[in-house]
Design a protein around this ligand. Structure first.
Ligand code: SAM
Ligand code: 2KA
Ligand code: SF4
Ligand code: MG
Length: 216
């Protein structure tokens, strides 16, 4: 099975439940959702990247050394209906985490090979119609990151969590930011609302360190 791969790189997981873990990132091409704030628009074209066989992707990922954790991202990786043909062999390299908007459900074969879903449900600040699939709130493997730019977004996230029955202990707020300056400014804006609503906050480590650059 071949996949269109935009980039493969080693970095620290900059977001969410596996924050700070050294990981190999595999960014697949294609995303039909098109969030207004997306910091990875170069991944949207489904014909972008290069076509690589799953086993070759695993070899290239393995070349970074046994980092122990692999992140499949995009783009929207769940549009690839045979994603298990990549996720399952990647388990040879460690735990497997999938970054997703949560719009598309995993197949049972994929779910068996995933350790973490890092789900980013879309609030009105994304300016898209993207419904969270009911598979994720009830999955013990799913963690949730709401991109927020200020207090109003935090309040919307609180309503969203309640409406969709998302377990609060699996929820993170994450600054809508592409530069270290924006990141610090948004953190200050959401800080008290996060405390008030007892919601965890995840930074975007790579944005704080490098801004929005490829391969980091
Ligand atoms: C590029 S997306 C790829 C995975 C998947 N399409 C998704 O949206 O979760 C990876 C993560 O970056 C987040 N993201 C994208 N642009 C952002 C921005 N400008 N500020 C904060 N988070 C952003 C997304 O919400 C998601 O959590
Ligand atoms: N360091 C780092 N961590 C990340 N976590 C999720 C990312 C993504 O683009 O999916 C990402 C990324 O692009 N870089
Ligand atoms: S779903 Fe993810 S990759 Fe697609 S536009 Fe939104 S943030 Fe970007
Ligand atoms: Mg990124």
């Amino acid at each position: 099975m071949k996949f269109r791969v935009v980039e493969i790189f080693a970095s620290l997981q900059g977001e969410g439940v596996n924050l700070g873990k050294p990981a190999v990132f595999i960014r697949l091409a294609g995303c039909p959702i098109r969030c207004r704030y997306c910091d990875t628009k170069y991944s949207w074209d489904p014909l972008g990247g290069v076509e690589i066989d799953a086993e070759e992707v695993v070899q290239r990922a393995a070349a970074y050394g046994q980092l122990g954790h692999v992140v499949i991202t995009g783009g929207e990786p769940l549009i690839w209906r045979n994603l298990h043909e990549l996720a399952c062999p990647l388990r040879r390299l460690g735990t497997v985490e999938v970054e997703t908007s949560g719009v598309y459900p995993p197949t049972p074969q994929l779910d068996a090979c995933v350790d973490f879903y890092d789900v980013s449900p879309k609030l009105s600040n994304a300016r898209v119609d993207a419904l969270l699939h009911p598979h994720y709130p009830r999955s013990p493997k799913a963690w949730f990151k709401f991109v927020v730019g200020g207090e109003e977004d935090v309040e919307e996230a609180v309503r969203y969590v309640e409406k969709h029955g998302i377990p609060r202990e699996r929820v993170f707020l994450m600054p809508l930011a592409e530069t270290p300056e924006q990141h610090a400014e948004v953190l200050r804006r959401i800080w008290d609302a996060a405390v008030k609503h007892k919601l965890r906050v995840t930074p975007r480590l790579h944005v704080e360190a490098w801004g929005n650059v490829r391969g980091r």
